[in-house]
Design a protein around this ligand. Structure first.
Ligand code: DGJ
Length: 729
């Protein structure tokens, strides 16, 4: 199937999705200009006419050439120091330490396949799949630097992936100071930025703000993508809502420091740059070496925010998560963390195992505290073998006990970390990240191992490998509980010091790749103090993530709602926990907690020994229900209907791909007096299908539900929730 169309006469390339087009023109043989991105327009007749006019103070690219001024053009990769005063996409110094400014001699190349990216996760190709890709090669004759912009359109989801590679074909070293993965200039159409700022236990709040002259940027310098800003974001036209209008979505397949920039200038141009954060980055490129940036994913939808989400959700399932998990149902799990914290022994664990096994739980996860001497968060990270006082028979024997009870066995680890009080620290006192001569900065009483060093990564691969083969471990929760600071690279020369943060991520990806490929059957769940590294880079290796440490249902409704804008529910770990809730102290009904957790990968994280008999029975029924509808919830289409950020209510639904059955969830966050009668309009149903809900009973046509709405019964009280299962025929 052709996706890249090259008109050599007009020097124009268009990338065609099934419903979108992206077009680029090579102007003046050295300026790759952005021409179009939006609804599909098929063949492009525009010769790329560019109307310029004489301007005071404008800088010309060539002396006396008044045909254009670089600052007013729309580019595919914003130049630096050329007279284009917008935020540049790249910043590079040649062997003399002079700026490499461009424009450069440029050519288009079309390839039959998507290029390989060195050491980084990237959108997956199926075996033997051919998918055309475009390479725009910009060559700097002076330094020998070749900058290649790569584009591949995945037509089924209208997802365009982009990245950039830098190849030093000269004879002296080149220094890359900034290298965005993508850059793009588009004309402002009253755009609003939707992004997901947050905090630990309050991740991914939905924020929508108009662009104003000047720049808006967000990112992370914490060493991980962070709780504070997720890399995903979107530009929306002002009248775009969940169901209608244009949405331009962006995400980055990367887990480290990143920066996303939006700049609105005097010409109503919006420049968008997205990539590794330049504040904590530099790369020295020796002759013949190549540097690849992470891949960015761009999605256009004319079906509103839900439309864009649907495309991202499918793309993540099809092209990001490990293929073995694409269709694999996720087990209902029990996790002992909030039930016991560090305070357990084998007797307690066995009591918990006995208690949960007949409720229908399928996976028992042993969280933090199981390894040598780990009775608080002050010790033992690095010593990954069972504490014999707590587990006299070791992991294997406890795992067998779990297995005998009919469940899978899962384990928590935090391999990237080291405690000062640990055997590993005694053995390798110089393996943690430090800044010699300056105080050590601890977070949660722990230090980070220097994964920019090959021997440290090799050691971790070996350690995790031995651990996983030491017992029948079928699930791993891979945690990471502090940000990275004061990172001096003891093993690197002076000129490479700023490479460490990116090298850390490359090391981490190598470890994750080796381990997950060796254990393809093991279900890995990423975690970073909850949702601090919930990004496409981790999802490439681990098909799900612990969404947040906050298990309070009201908070979770917001967190999961925000997360769902870019990530499908099947990537979200979601647990029912005790009340009063441990993070916020709120008491919500068991039903609301379950409806929230069922909207992701359901788990239970509470001391079930303390639950009343009726509550245990309710839990048993919840699990039965979830298992019955798990395929629909985990693999169906997720649609947001009402936002908990705009109202006191939230509603969403999971719809079978063929539009037949669906499950509807509704929540009221706080009790209200004189509550008006409400109806919620549903979406994406088949208009003339009859949809029946048997328990009430209710019956409507798809059209009625989509245009008239689903009337909601009056529900009294605080923290109300409703769940309806409709069957269509
Ligand atoms: C942070 C995680 O997010 C929690 O779920 C738990 O695993 C703790 N770490 C254990 O230390």
């Amino acid at each position: 199937m052709h996706t890249v169309f090259y008109d050599t006469k007009k020097q124009m390339v268009s990338l065609q999705g099934s419903r979108s087009t992206y077009a680029i023109k090579l102007y003046n043989s050295n300026l790759p200009m952005h021409m179009y991105w939006g609804p599909k327009i098929g063949s492009i007749k525009d010769p790329g006419t560019f109307f310029s006019h004489e301007r005071a103070f404008a800088i010309r690219v060539k002396d006396r050439d008044t045909s254009f001024f670089i600052e007013e053009m729309h580019f595919e990769y914003g130049f630096s120091e050329t007279g284009d005063f917008r935020i540049p996409a790249f910043s590079i110094r040649d062997g003399r330490n002079y700026p490499v400014t461009g424009p450069f001699e440029t050519v288009f190349r079309i390839h039959e396949r998507k290029p390989e990216i060195q050491g980084l996760p990237a959108a997956r190709m199926k075996k033997d799949e051919k998918l055309e890709s475009l390479e725009i090669v910009m060559s700097d004759t002076l330094s020998g630097l070749e900058i290649s912009l790569h584009y591949t359109m995945f037509p089924e989801d209208d997802a365009l992936v982009r990245n950039v590679s830098f190849h030093n074909r000269g004879d002296s070293a080149i220094r890359i100071e900034k290298a965005a993965s993508m850059s793009l200039d588009i004309l402002n159409r009253g755009f609003e930025l939707l992004y997901l700022p947050g905090v630990w236990a309050g991740e991914r709040r939905v924020m929508r703000t108009p662009l104003v002259p000047g720049s808006i940027s967000f990112g992370s310098t914490r060493g991980i993508s962070s709780h504070q800003f997720n890399p995903a974001c979107a530009l929306l036209e002002a009248d775009t809502n969940e169901f209608r209008g244009s949405a331009y979505g962006f995400n980055l397949i990367y887990s480290g420091n990143f920066l996303t920039e939006f700049e609105l200038n005097q010409d109503q141009n919006v420049r968008i740059n997205m990539g590794i954060h330049p504040d904590s980055f530099e790369w020295q490129l020796e002759p013949e070496q190549r540097f690849d940036t992470p891949e960015a994913v761009l999605v256009y939808s004319d079906g509103g925010i839900n439309g864009m989400s649907g495309q991202f959700h499918r793309f993540i399932q099809e092209r990001i998560v490990p293929p073995g998990f694409k269709h694999r149902e996720r087990p209902v799990l029990f996790n002992n963390w909030e039930a016991t914290y560090f305070n357990f022994d084998e007797k307690v664990l066995k009591e918990l195992t006995d208690g949960v096994s007949d409720l229908g739980i399928e996976l028992f996860v042993l969280d933090d505290g199981w390894f040598e001497g780990r009775n608080s968060d002050e010790t033992s990270l690095g010593d990954w073998y069972a504490d014999r006082k707590k587990l006299p028979g070791g992991l294997r024997s406890f795992g067998e006990y779990v297995e005998k009870k009919g469940m899978l066995f899962g384990l928590w680890i935090e391999p990237e970390m080291i405690s000062r009080r640990s055997e590993l620290a005694q053995l390798h006192p110089d393996w943690h990240i430090s800044n010699p001569g300056r105080p050590l900065s601890e977070g949660r009483n722990q230090l980070v191992l220097d994964l920019s060093r090959t021997e440290v990564c090799d050691f971790l691969i070996d350690t995790v490998d031995k651990l996983l083969s030491s017992a029948l471990i079928q699930y791993v929760k891979w945690d990471m509980n502090r940000y990275i600071t004061g990172f001096a690279a003891l093993h690197l020369p002076v000129s490479r010091q700023k490479e460490v943060y990116h090298r850390y991520i490359l090391g981490l990806y190598r470890i994750m790749k080796t381990i997950t490929e060796k254990y393809p059957e093991v279900l890995f769940e990423g975690c970073a103090g909850g949702g601090g590294r919930f990004d496409l880079g981790i999802l490439f290796f681990m098909p799900q993530f612990w969404t947040s440490d906050n298990t309070d249902a009201v908070s979770r409704i917001r967190i999961q709602y925000g997360t769902s804008i870019f990530y499908p529910p099947i990537t979200m770990g979601a647990h029912v926990s005790i009340v009063p809730n441990h993070q916020v102290g709120r008491c919500t009904p068991l039903k609301m907690r379950a409806c929230t957790a069922m909207s992701g990968n359901l788990g239970y994280e509470l001391d079930l020994r303390r639950q009343k008999v009726e509550e245990l029975e309710e839990i048993r029924q919840q699990i039965q229900f979830y298992k019955k509808y798990r395929r629909l919830i985990q693999f169906g289409r997720f649609i947001r209907l009402q936002s908990p950020f705009d109202t006191n209510e939230a509603a969403w639904m999971f719809l079978e791909k063929d539009g037949s059955d669906f499950i509807f969830f509704w929540f009221r966050l706080h009790a209200e007096a004189e509550k008006a009668v409400s109806k919620i309009r549903l979406s994406y149903l088949v208009p003339d299908k009859i949809y029946r809900e048997d328990s009430f009973p209710l019956e409507y046509t798809g059209s009625e539900l989509m245009h008239g709405g689903l009337p909601l019964p009056q529900v009294e009280g605080e923290y109300a929730s409703l769940m309806f299962v409709f069957h269509g025929n």
